[in-house]
Ligand binder design. Structure first.
Ligand code: NDP
Length: 337
């Protein structure tokens, strides 16, 4: 059983060398008394939060990984053996699993059975999985968007951002996105339907850039990066604006704390800025599936994935999220069905 193991706690920026590949033996049958599920992993999801969990005691809502153990994260898998009444051999599932070929999942309540199989299975790591729910909850439930509103999305071509932009267009909003390469900016405009897009790395003055695209200000900000971008956005929010505080990737690997200026805008402009953890809201998954699956099938929404093959490619793919190497949702193909 080939595994991706955390070698040691990460300090600062994550590197591939903090992970190693190891082979272990795993019986392909569960013990008689087990109520767990043994799965064969097919796709693994590379998500920025995984690198947070590689640091010692850093994350409030989740336990850090243990050095010497495989990375765990969201993935798509096939049930090989089950001691749990909800699952049987051959079922396709998505949920929390290990970065390895086979995993014994002792808490099968973290798994969702895959019902629709006439869409790419890898979508359950993205648009039909955790990032999709994140875009859905953060945009519709937190921002309560209305037609004609001005929406700004950071990390706009990523797993979450590409969906937020398309949801905003479907709602009739004006939406601008930002990303870190010109290739991604082209995708934002030509593939995901953003009205405008810019490369934040080419802007000397983010405040001026935002004023260029939003002369009347921003109603909704879908926050994925934090730091200087958030500071500039706060200056450009309209009264009664809403900010969905989804992620702050620019802050995840900083050793020293960096304050965010301009927070007083939240008071002066009566802004609503709300943080959330998507897994608290997985009860809305059926509602989201009902909305999004027809949109995919009717071609009203598209989803770009960046799929690398083999567990040995997983560490570089994960670390690449922090330099923007991924174009779209970063997925690792472990095995074909
Ligand atoms: P992405 O697919 O967008 O990948 C990360 C992207 O972040 C990179 O491609 C890069 O794009 C950008 N990036 C990396 N470093 C920086 C930096 N220093 N400054 C600005 N941009 C940077 O990731 P996801 O869509 O999966 O996640 C987006 C955000 O949502 C993350 O912050 C994540 O932690 C958060 N999240 C929160 C959840 C929740 O429950 N609250 C659930 C899921 C995700 P570029 O080339 O544009 O720089």
């Amino acid at each position: 059983n080939l595994q991706v193991i955390l070698k040691d706690y990460v300090n600062g920026f994550p590197k591939e060398s903090y992970m190693l590949l190891k082979t272990s033996i795993i019986p392909l049958k569960l013990p008689q008394d087990s109520n767990g599920v043994l799965v064969k992993n097919l796709y693994l999801s590379c998500d920025p939060y995984l690198c947070l969990l590689m640091s010692k005691g850093q994350v409030g809502y989740l336990e850090s990984f243990t050095p010497g153990s495989p990375i765990t994260g969201f993935g798509v898998a096939k049930v090989v053996d089950s001691g749990h009444s909800n699952f049987k051999k051959g079922d396709l599932v998505w949920g929390l699993t290990g970065w390895e070929e086979y995993t014994i999942i002792t808490t099968p309540q973290t798994l969702f059975k895959i019902q629709d199989t006439d869409v790419p299975l890898s979508y359950y790591t993205g648009i039909l999985g955790m990032p999709g729910m994140t875009a859905y909850y953060g945009f519709y439930e937190i921002c309560a968007p209305k037609k004609g509103e001005y929406v700004f999305v950071s990390s706009a071509s990523g797993a979450v951002g590409q969906l937020v932009g398309q949801f905003a267009k479907l709602t009739g909003c004006y939406v601008v996105g930002t990303a870190g390469t010109n290739e991604k900016v082209e995708l934002l405009k030509n593939k995901f339907g953003y009205d405008e897009a810019f490369n934040y790395k080419e802007e000397q003055d983010l405040d001026a850039a935002l004023k260029r695209y939003f002369p009347e200000g921003i109603d909704i900000y879908f926050e994925n990066v934090g730091g200087k971008m958030l500071e500039a956005v706060l200056l450009n929010m309209r009264v009664n604006g809403r900010i969905s505080a989804c992620g702050m990737i620019s802050q995840y690997n900083l050793n020293q704390e960096e304050g965010v200026r301009n927070l007083s805008s939240i008071i002066m402009k009566r802004l609503h800025m709300k943080g959330f953890i998507v897994s608290d809201h997985f009860n809305l998954l059926p509602k989201y599936m009902e909305m999004v699956i027809p949109l995919i099938k009717e071609g009203k929404i598209c989803y770009i994935e960046d799929i690398v093959e083999g567990l040995e490619s997983a560490p570089a793919a994960l670390v690449g999220l922090f330099s923007g190497k991924n174009v779209g949702k970063q997925v690792v193909l472990v095995a074909r069905e």
